[in-house]
Design a protein around this ligand. Structure first.
Ligand SMILES: [Zn+2]
Length: 87
């Protein structure tokens, strides 16, 4: 797949920061750029079913409650690893 730049980030840059994003370890401007990318990038939208929206909603859920499906996150991250063997 061809990388795209959306929200000022390339797909690989978003993927590299994805676990920090999900852990809530990124500053707000970085979070916003990643969300802009995930929601606006056709490549990232196609990971799994609406991968981008799923990741964003997961992260927002984790802000509000302790209920965080870490199994789902692990599966998402392993999917990403398969898509990006070099990372
Ligand atoms: Zn992307």
């Amino acid at each position: 797949m061809t990388e795209r730049t959306v929200g000022g980030l390339r797909c690989s840059e978003v993927l590299a920061q994805l676990s920090d994003y999900l852990d809530g370890e990124l500053a707000k401007p970085e979070v916003e750029r990643i969300e802009e990318h995930l929601l606006g990038c056709p490549n990232c939208e196609r990971f799994g079913d609406n991968f981008g929206s799923m990741v964003v909603s997961l992260q927002r859920q984790s802000d509000r409650s302790e209920a965080f499906d870490s199994d789902l996150v692990s599966r998402l991250l392993s999917q990403i690893d398969q898509l990006n063997p070099e990372s």
